[in-house]
Design a binder for this molecule. Structure first.
Ligand SMILES: C[S@@+](CC[C@H](N)C(=O)[O-])C[C@H]1O[C@@H](n2cnc3c(N)ncnc32)[C@H](O)[C@@H]1O
Length: 187
Protein backbone atom coordinates (compact mmCIF):
# COMPACT_ATOMS: atom_id res chain seq x y z
CA UNK A 1 0.00 0.00 0.00
CA UNK A 2 2.86 2.40 0.76
CA UNK A 3 4.01 2.01 -2.85
CA UNK A 4 0.63 3.07 -4.24
CA UNK A 5 0.45 5.94 -1.77
CA UNK A 6 3.92 7.22 -2.80
CA UNK A 7 2.91 6.84 -6.46
CA UNK A 8 -0.08 9.16 -5.95
CA UNK A 9 2.20 11.70 -4.24
CA UNK A 10 5.03 11.56 -6.85
CA UNK A 11 3.70 9.79 -10.00
CA UNK A 12 6.55 10.76 -12.35
CA UNK A 13 9.32 9.81 -9.94
CA UNK A 14 7.79 6.52 -8.79
CA UNK A 15 6.50 5.58 -12.24
CA UNK A 16 4.68 2.35 -11.24
CA UNK A 17 1.73 1.52 -8.98
CA UNK A 18 3.28 -1.63 -7.50
CA UNK A 19 6.75 -3.05 -6.84
CA UNK A 20 8.35 -5.39 -9.40
CA UNK A 21 7.56 -9.07 -9.00
CA UNK A 22 9.89 -11.97 -8.25
CA UNK A 23 10.29 -13.10 -11.88
CA UNK A 24 11.44 -9.68 -13.07
CA UNK A 25 13.66 -9.27 -10.01
CA UNK A 26 15.37 -12.58 -10.83
CA UNK A 27 15.72 -11.68 -14.51
CA UNK A 28 17.47 -8.42 -13.51
CA UNK A 29 20.13 -10.54 -11.72
CA UNK A 30 20.87 -12.80 -14.72
CA UNK A 31 23.58 -10.61 -16.30
CA UNK A 32 25.50 -10.25 -13.01
CA UNK A 33 28.59 -12.33 -12.31
CA UNK A 34 28.34 -12.44 -8.51
CA UNK A 35 31.70 -14.26 -8.22
CA UNK A 36 33.64 -11.30 -9.58
CA UNK A 37 31.46 -8.25 -8.73
CA UNK A 38 33.18 -6.01 -6.18
CA UNK A 39 30.82 -3.01 -6.31
CA UNK A 40 27.14 -3.07 -7.27
CA UNK A 41 24.96 0.06 -7.28
CA UNK A 42 21.17 0.00 -7.29
CA UNK A 43 19.23 3.06 -8.46
CA UNK A 44 15.69 3.50 -7.15
CA UNK A 45 15.35 0.39 -4.96
CA UNK A 46 11.87 1.48 -3.82
CA UNK A 47 10.63 -1.15 -1.35
CA UNK A 48 13.52 -3.50 -2.17
CA UNK A 49 12.32 -6.05 -4.79
CA UNK A 50 15.72 -6.15 -6.52
CA UNK A 51 17.63 -5.44 -3.31
CA UNK A 52 16.43 -8.70 -1.73
CA UNK A 53 17.84 -10.65 -4.69
CA UNK A 54 21.11 -8.68 -4.64
CA UNK A 55 21.55 -9.30 -0.92
CA UNK A 56 20.79 -13.00 -1.26
CA UNK A 57 23.14 -13.53 -4.21
CA UNK A 58 26.10 -11.23 -3.56
CA UNK A 59 29.31 -12.38 -1.91
CA UNK A 60 29.57 -10.98 1.64
CA UNK A 61 32.48 -8.71 0.63
CA UNK A 62 30.71 -7.25 -2.43
CA UNK A 63 29.83 -3.63 -1.65
CA UNK A 64 26.24 -2.63 -2.37
CA UNK A 65 25.14 0.98 -2.80
CA UNK A 66 21.41 1.77 -2.75
CA UNK A 67 20.51 5.24 -4.05
CA UNK A 68 16.90 6.15 -3.36
CA UNK A 69 15.33 9.59 -3.61
CA UNK A 70 12.11 8.88 -1.71
CA UNK A 71 12.32 9.41 2.05
CA UNK A 72 9.58 6.95 2.98
CA UNK A 73 11.20 4.15 0.95
CA UNK A 74 14.59 4.94 2.53
CA UNK A 75 13.05 4.48 5.99
CA UNK A 76 11.57 1.12 4.97
CA UNK A 77 14.86 -0.04 3.39
CA UNK A 78 16.93 0.94 6.40
CA UNK A 79 14.56 -1.06 8.61
CA UNK A 80 14.43 -4.11 6.35
CA UNK A 81 18.19 -4.29 5.73
CA UNK A 82 19.41 -3.11 9.14
CA UNK A 83 22.66 -4.78 10.18
CA UNK A 84 23.52 -5.73 6.58
CA UNK A 85 27.32 -5.42 6.12
CA UNK A 86 28.98 -3.68 3.16
CA UNK A 87 25.75 -1.94 2.20
CA UNK A 88 25.41 1.85 1.93
CA UNK A 89 21.89 3.25 1.72
CA UNK A 90 21.99 6.78 0.32
CA UNK A 91 18.96 9.06 0.47
CA UNK A 92 19.95 10.89 -2.69
CA UNK A 93 19.79 11.21 -6.44
CA UNK A 94 21.21 8.77 -9.01
CA UNK A 95 22.61 11.84 -10.83
CA UNK A 96 25.31 11.98 -8.12
CA UNK A 97 26.43 8.36 -8.31
CA UNK A 98 30.06 9.28 -9.09
CA UNK A 99 30.31 11.50 -6.01
CA UNK A 100 28.75 8.81 -3.78
CA UNK A 101 31.19 6.17 -5.03
CA UNK A 102 34.14 8.55 -4.51
CA UNK A 103 32.99 9.37 -0.97
CA UNK A 104 33.46 5.69 -0.08
CA UNK A 105 36.75 5.29 -1.98
CA UNK A 106 35.54 3.73 -5.25
CA UNK A 107 35.92 5.13 -8.74
CA UNK A 108 33.60 2.82 -10.61
CA UNK A 109 30.89 0.19 -10.20
CA UNK A 110 30.99 -3.28 -11.76
CA UNK A 111 27.20 -3.26 -12.15
CA UNK A 112 24.50 -0.61 -11.86
CA UNK A 113 21.03 -2.10 -11.53
CA UNK A 114 18.25 0.40 -12.12
CA UNK A 115 14.56 0.52 -11.25
CA UNK A 116 14.25 4.13 -12.39
CA UNK A 117 11.14 5.02 -14.42
CA UNK A 118 12.91 6.61 -17.42
CA UNK A 119 9.64 6.80 -19.37
CA UNK A 120 8.08 9.18 -16.86
CA UNK A 121 11.17 11.05 -15.56
CA UNK A 122 11.76 14.48 -17.14
CA UNK A 123 14.17 14.21 -20.11
CA UNK A 124 16.74 16.53 -18.57
CA UNK A 125 16.98 14.40 -15.42
CA UNK A 126 17.33 11.20 -17.47
CA UNK A 127 20.15 12.90 -19.44
CA UNK A 128 22.01 13.76 -16.23
CA UNK A 129 21.56 10.25 -14.87
CA UNK A 130 22.84 8.58 -18.06
CA UNK A 131 25.86 10.93 -18.24
CA UNK A 132 26.73 10.13 -14.62
CA UNK A 133 26.14 6.41 -15.24
CA UNK A 134 28.59 6.42 -18.18
CA UNK A 135 31.29 7.79 -15.87
CA UNK A 136 30.46 5.44 -12.99
CA UNK A 137 30.67 2.34 -15.22
CA UNK A 138 34.25 2.93 -16.36
CA UNK A 139 35.55 0.61 -19.10
CA UNK A 140 33.98 -2.64 -17.99
CA UNK A 141 30.90 -1.92 -15.84
CA UNK A 142 27.39 -2.94 -16.96
CA UNK A 143 24.13 -1.02 -16.62
CA UNK A 144 21.01 -3.16 -16.23
CA UNK A 145 17.61 -1.53 -16.40
CA UNK A 146 14.06 -2.62 -17.17
CA UNK A 147 11.33 -0.95 -19.19
CA UNK A 148 7.77 -1.91 -20.03
CA UNK A 149 8.29 -1.03 -23.70
CA UNK A 150 11.09 -0.47 -26.21
CA UNK A 151 10.41 3.27 -26.60
CA UNK A 152 13.51 4.32 -24.63
CA UNK A 153 15.92 2.09 -26.63
CA UNK A 154 17.17 4.92 -28.82
CA UNK A 155 17.57 7.21 -25.82
CA UNK A 156 19.80 4.62 -24.05
CA UNK A 157 21.77 4.00 -27.27
CA UNK A 158 22.75 7.68 -27.31
CA UNK A 159 24.87 7.04 -24.21
CA UNK A 160 25.67 3.33 -24.04
CA UNK A 161 25.75 0.26 -26.20
CA UNK A 162 22.88 -2.20 -25.59
CA UNK A 163 24.58 -5.60 -25.56
CA UNK A 164 21.59 -7.74 -24.63
CA UNK A 165 17.81 -7.46 -24.25
CA UNK A 166 16.01 -10.03 -22.10
CA UNK A 167 12.23 -10.40 -21.93
CA UNK A 168 10.23 -11.23 -18.80
CA UNK A 169 6.75 -12.27 -19.88
CA UNK A 170 5.66 -13.36 -16.39
CA UNK A 171 5.81 -9.83 -14.99
CA UNK A 172 2.66 -7.68 -14.94
CA UNK A 173 3.03 -5.90 -17.29
CA UNK A 174 5.67 -7.91 -19.22
CA UNK A 175 9.04 -6.15 -19.17
CA UNK A 176 12.27 -5.84 -21.13
CA UNK A 177 15.64 -5.91 -19.39
CA UNK A 178 18.38 -3.99 -21.20
CA UNK A 179 22.03 -4.78 -20.51
CA UNK A 180 24.39 -1.97 -21.52
CA UNK A 181 28.07 -1.01 -21.47
CA UNK A 182 30.21 1.89 -22.56
CA UNK A 183 31.23 1.66 -26.20
CA UNK A 184 34.85 0.67 -26.82
CA UNK A 185 36.73 3.49 -28.53
CA UNK A 186 38.34 2.45 -31.82
CA UNK A 187 42.08 3.23 -31.78
C1 LIG B 1 9.35 2.10 -10.51
S1 LIG B 1 9.99 2.40 -8.87
C2 LIG B 1 10.98 0.93 -8.79
C3 LIG B 1 11.14 0.38 -7.41
C4 LIG B 1 11.80 -1.00 -7.35
N1 LIG B 1 13.11 -1.00 -7.95
C5 LIG B 1 10.93 -2.03 -8.03
O1 LIG B 1 11.26 -2.40 -9.18
O2 LIG B 1 9.94 -2.46 -7.44
C6 LIG B 1 11.16 3.73 -9.15
C7 LIG B 1 11.99 4.12 -7.94
O3 LIG B 1 12.97 5.07 -8.36
C8 LIG B 1 13.09 6.10 -7.37
N2 LIG B 1 13.68 7.29 -8.04
C9 LIG B 1 13.12 8.07 -9.00
N3 LIG B 1 14.00 9.00 -9.42
C10 LIG B 1 15.16 8.79 -8.73
C11 LIG B 1 16.45 9.40 -8.74
N4 LIG B 1 16.73 10.43 -9.56
N5 LIG B 1 17.41 8.91 -7.91
C12 LIG B 1 17.14 7.87 -7.09
N6 LIG B 1 15.93 7.25 -7.02
C13 LIG B 1 14.96 7.70 -7.83
C14 LIG B 1 11.65 6.28 -6.90
O4 LIG B 1 11.58 6.96 -5.66
C15 LIG B 1 11.19 4.82 -6.84
O5 LIG B 1 11.54 4.23 -5.62
Amino acid sequence: MSFLYEYFKHPRKIGAVAPSGKNLSRKMMKPINFDTAKVIVEYGPGTGSFTKELVAKRRPDTVLFLIEQNEEFCKQLSHEFRGEKNMYLIHGNAEHVVEYLKAYGFDHADYIVSGLPFTSLPGEISDHILNATKKALGDRGEFITFQYSLVKRDFFERYLSINDTLKEMLNLPPAYVFVMKNRKLAI
